[in-house]
Design a protein around this ligand. Structure first.
Ligand SMILES: [Zn+2]
Length: 364
């Protein structure tokens, strides 16, 4: 593929002092925080990506990205986290048995420690996407992170719900890929693999069912996630350049996190993957059990055409209103899918102002 925009570039965020803070989790993974500082501020923003994406979803140069939008709207100290699901690391495509419990337990507490060391007691607002949103919410509701002034969740949080076809994929997909196809991960770049290799054959087979566009990586992402043509976003909401380089934005994913997602979908809420794992004894079996004690105001962004996590946030809003009334807001996003609220060409007009409005009401 011809590369029009360099990977892992910081060029999308201008007029800010950039610094990088590497740190390690208690279970020994190296992670990183990137800070965009225009001026010290009493309201600090932490951005949390989803599975296979990275901090890059918040700073893409081809559109008005969320990091820049926040900096321009008075939130002048923005931090972006790359945690173990990040496409910048090999952690998810090499052999592993991490679950969202590990992330809730190890990644976010370590990141918050680093953040606190640099910003002290200032207010922290978290904006999280996809499985980053699920796992951050788990960490917050399990009491593993605290002092969060507000939390914005895009697409999904503590009650993951998926389309019927995705349930089927979650049930049989990981084993089918590992034992029948013989591949330990799915890569949206399989279309570029040598002819007749397993990856190439997967790409060709998937594309037989997708005639909505001619980008193989787009078809494979619909295979990886959700049920739709395409599943991850509405084509009309993306710039052509974003659509073409979509494998840069969401890369390869391993199969094990799907198993935890399946367990949660079947339970109807975020639950621990393995109740017998002694390393996770401090985590609740059911992450909603102490919901009434969590005071953090939440903004639940609910894309109307969400073909990955359907009406998860609409449902969570109703669940939380019963347990902690008045502490969450629901913002339905008409015409948007799962990921385009962040990477869409008009997200700065349709979506980001809703986030800024929420932050301003809960900030200083
Ligand atoms: Zn497409």
């Amino acid at each position: 593929m011809e590369r029009m925009i360099p990977r892992f570039t910081l060029d999308g965020v201008g007029d800010a002092e950039v610094s990088v803070y590497p740190f390690a989790t208690e279970d020994g993974l190296g992670l990183e925080l990137t800070r965009f500082l225009r001026a010290e501020s009493d309201d600090v923003i932490l951005l949390v990506h989803g599975l296979t994406s990275a901090s890059d979803v918040f700073m893409m140069p081809e559109h008005r990205n969320l990091a820049s939008h926040l900096l321009d709207n008075g939130f002048t100290d923005v931090w972006a986290l790359d945690f173990r699901m990040s496409g910048r690391y090999p952690y998810d495509t090499e052999t592993h048995r991490y679950t969202l419990d590990d992330i809730a337990l190890y990644d976010f507490p370590a990141a918050l420690d680093v953040l606190r060391r640099h910003i002290g007691g200032r207010r922290i607002h978290v904006i999280a996407h996809c499985l980053g949103s699920v796992s951050f919410s788990m960490s917050l509701f399990a009491g593993k992170v605290s002092g969060i002034t507000s939390l914005t969740c895009n697409s999904v949080s503590l009650t993951p719900r998926v389309p019927a076809f995705s349930r089927l994929k979650l049930r049989f997909g990981p084993a089918a890929m590992e034992y029948l196809v013989g591949l330990p991960y799915i890569d949206p770049r399989f279309g570029e693999a040598p002819v007749l290799t397993r990856g190439w054959m997967v790409a060709k087979t998937v594309s037989l069912f997708h005639n909505e566009c001619d980008v193989s990586a787009c078809h494979l992402q619909s295979f990886q996630w959700g049920a739709g043509k395409p599943a991850m976003y509405e084509h009309a909401n993306l710039l052509p350049v974003t659509h073409k380089r979509v494998a840069d934005i969401c890369g390869a994913s391993g199969l094990h996190y799907y198993r935890h997602v399946r367990r949660m979908v079947e339970a109807g809420r975020a639950v621990k993957y393995d109740r017998d794992n002694p390393a996770h004894r401090d985590l609740p079996d059911d992450y909603l059990v102490n919901a009434a004690d969590v005071g953090t105001p939440m903004l639940l962004l609910a894309p109307e055409r969400n073909k990955v996590f359907t009406d998860s946030n609409n449902h969570l809003f109703r669940v939380l209103e019963k347990r902690r009334p008045g502490r969450q807001e629901l913002a339905v996003l008409p015409g948007y899918g799962h990921l385009d609220p962040l990477i869409g060409k008009n997200a700065h007009l349709d979506v980001f102002p809703k986030i800024v409005d929420f932050l301003k009401r809960h900030g200083g």
